[in-house]
Structures are given as structure tokens and as C-alpha cells.
Design a protein around this ligand. Structure first.
Ligand SMILES: [Zn+2]
Length: 283
């Protein structure tokens, strides 16, 4: 199902069952642009089927928020002018040489080159991967790029952060909307999921500078500025509370004393992520 979000923006919601991310659609007077390719040909096809029912300018561009499988496996099916930054492109080049059958996936998980969670989701989303090859990009930029869709502009910036150094955000000033991909998520590809304060906090400062009212992340429902900033401020609060501490027990104890109550489940998750980041820095 595709949802009209603002006058010129639509989105197809994420689906946690097979880790399908939210897909975006931005419509100018002249062209339309898709945000992320989806996690399989089936996912991309579902999106294209929904889009075909809309009265909008033709789809022209596909912008990738980062290289992770769930955002790029639908590139070939989308069959649009694919746009990404040079770091995403490097990863796409590597991925094109890989096989995605169970045997090769399991082998890469065993060697620590792929993570168990992604392997499980890939198998669920695409039970048949015989001969499947990932797509590549057509337009490569460094740092940033602007695309004019006709009266609607997309400002595309490589924002970095913990999750992936190629993380890219797409800002549509006329609609005051920011697509964030997974940039506010943890690093999931190097052992325990982790936040590095040194990478996260400067990135959050950059995010806050966009003159946006609406924020769309890939694995969550869209949020207003107030909701999203509350979330960001809470992450900053927890990151600063953890500081350089590496002991989970000590932080939880200090937290419980300081706030007069134990941290909730989400807070514990974030506390642990910052501690994992500290442990990686120390190693
Ligand atoms: Zn990701």
C-alpha cells in the first residue's frame, strides 16, 4: 500500500517481517524520484505496481540511501537512473561479484563478512535466489548533489554516521521533508551493534540543521519534528550519560541512582550500544 504523505511525497511503509524498508516517492512537475530500491525484485515490483495507479510524472531517478541489501536488491527491477555517492558505488561494485545462494551466504556469515540477521532476512524475503545479481548505479556523486524534478528539488547529502559511512539523506525543501535512510541506526556490521558518540553526535547536529517538519526513516513510521527531535535528544542524553564507560552494570546502576528509576528496554538497548562503541574504541 502506498500512502500520500504531503502534496508531492508518497511512501510505502516498512515491513519488519522480512526487514523491508520504507520506500519513498517524490513527484515534481516534470519527473518523479524513488528513494531506495527495496529488498528484493518482489518488493520493488509491489512498489511499482502501486505507483502505476497514481497520476504522477514518470519515474526517472532512483536514489540510494546506502548500500545495505534491503535498500539495493530491487535496483534492476526499478530500472531507473540510479544515483548514489562514491562510497555506496564501491560497495555495489563488490556486491555485484557475490553469489547470494544459501551456500555462499552461510559461508560469508561463517567468515564474519555477512551478518546472521541479514542472511536470515534475505532467505525469508527471497527464498529463490538462483542466479540473482545485484544492480549498480548510473550517476555517482561525492558529498552532495541536487536534482530538480520540476518545481520540486531534492538535496542529496552524504551525511555519514555510525550505521554506514555512505549514509545519504534526501531533503525536499518545498515539502519540508527529510528522508534519512538508516543513518540514525547503530553500526550493525562489526560485531555487537554499537553507537560511536564521535560519529553520532556530529551527524545529529547536521540533521537538526535541515529546515524540515517531517522525518522519514527506513524502518519506522514517519515522524513530526517534535517526535523526531525528542528521539534524537534522548539518544544524545544517553550517549552523554554513558560517556566513556565500558561496564554495563556500572552504567545501569549509576543511571538508576541518578534518575530514581531503572532504564526501560529501549534505554537499555541504547546504553549497551554506546558501551559496545566504547569497547570497540578501546580495542
Ligand atoms: Zn542499513
Amino acid at each position: 500500500m502506498i500512502t500520500k504523505f504531503t502534496d508531492r511525497i508518497y511512501y510505502m511503509p516498512n515491513d519488519d517481517k522480512t526487514d523491508r524498508p520504507l520506500l519513498g516517492l517524490i513527484c515534481g512537475d516534470k519527473d518523479s524520484l524513488v528513494v531506495d530500491a527495496g529488498n528484493s525484485p518482489a518488493h520493488a515490483n509491489e512498489f511499482l505496481m502501486e505507483v502505476s495507479k497514481l497520476d504522477i510524472p514518470p519515474l526517472k531517478y532512483l536514489v540510494l540511501t546506502h548500500w545495505h541489501w534491503d535498500h539495493v536488491f530491487g535496483i534492476e527491477t526499478m530500472n531507473l537512473i540510479t544515483v548514489c555517492n562514491n562510497k555506496t558505488k564501491e560497495k555495489l561494485d563488490i556486491m555485484q561479484k557475490l553469489s547470494w545462494d544459501d551456500l555462499m551466504l552461510d559461508e560469508r556469515v561463517g567468515k564474519g563478512e555477512e551478518i546472521e540477521f541479514c542472511s536470515k532476512m534475505i532467505k525469508l524475503e527471497m527464498p529463490d535466489r538462483d542466479g540473482f545479481k545485484t544492480g549498480n548505479a548510473d550517476i555517482i556523486f561525492k558529498e552532495n548533489l541536487e536534482i530538480d524534478l520540476g518545481a520540486i528539488h531534492c538535496t542529496i547529502d552524504n551525511i555519514g554516521g555510525c550505521h554506514s559511512e555512505d549514509s545519504t539523506v534526501i531533503f525536499i525543501p518545498e515539502e519540508k521533508t527529510l528522508f534519512l535512510g538508516d543513518c540514525i541506526c547503530e553500526d550493525i556490521y562489526s560485531g555487537e551493534w554499537s553507537y560511536s558518540r564521535d560519529k553520532l553526535l556530529p551527524m545529529i547536529n547536521k540533521i537538526k540543521k535541515y529546515d524540515a517538519s517531517y522525518y522519514l526513516t527506513s524502518h519506522h513510521h514517519p515522524e513530526s519534528k517534535e517526535e523526531f527531535f525528542d528521539y534524537l535528544n534522548d539518544l544524545i542524553r544517553i550517549g552523554n550519560f554513558v560517556g566513556n564507560e565500558c561496564s554495563k552494570n556500572e552504567v545501569i546502576e549509576r543511571y538508576t541512582q541518578f534518575y530514581g528509576k531503572a532504564p526501560n528496554e529501549d534505554e537499555i538497548c541504547n546504553i549497551y550500544s554506546f558501551i559496545h562503541g566504547n569497547l570497540k574504541d578501546r580495542a
